[in-house]
Design a protein around this ligand. Structure first.
Ligand SMILES: [Zn+2]
Length: 141
């Protein structure tokens, strides 16, 4: 009888533990996403997101971090759903060139990802790159 009690399949047990751990992480992240979505709806009557293809982004320089963060699920499923429930306008805008455009005068300002500050040679507007891009998204929405 002792011989038999040793005969436990260790891989089956480990597989189960691994699966539930992944599920727990996914649930925690989802919960946080819902909180974030509600937080955004608290602050704004309208929400605009860039219409990105996260599957392509995941292949690019941002790599797996983008997928790990569940950004696609957040912007494409959770955020629009919460906006709908909260009666907040949800819109997607054209992604092209949001970070290459001056939010103040509309001039095209080329910069690659290493350039973190937007500085417009046309109107002299200077602000952090992400702030500038966010303002462009807002204007397009
Ligand atoms: Zn400008």
């Amino acid at each position: 009888m002792l011989e038999q009690s040793k005969f436990v399949n260790p891989t089956a047990d480990r597989g189960l533990a691994f699966g539930s751990e992944r599920q727990r992480i996914a649930d925690t992240r989802k919960d946080w996403h819902f909180k974030l979505a509600h937080h955004l709806c608290d602050q704004a009557g309208m929400v605009f997101v860039e219409d990105l293809d996260f599957r392509i982004m995941a292949k690019g320089m941002l790599g797996k971090h983008t997928l790990d963060a569940g950004l696609g699920q957040f912007t494409n499923q959770i955020l629009p759903w919460v906006c709908f429930k909260r009666d907040v306008y949800y819109g997607k805008v054209d992604v092209h060139g949001t970070s290459q455009e001056c939010p103040d005068c509309g001039a095209e300002v080329k910069k690659d990802l290493s350039v973190r500050v937007h500085h417009c040679p046309e109107c002299g507007s200077t602000k952090p790159r992400d702030t500038a891009a966010a303002q462009v998204i807002c204007t397009r929405g």
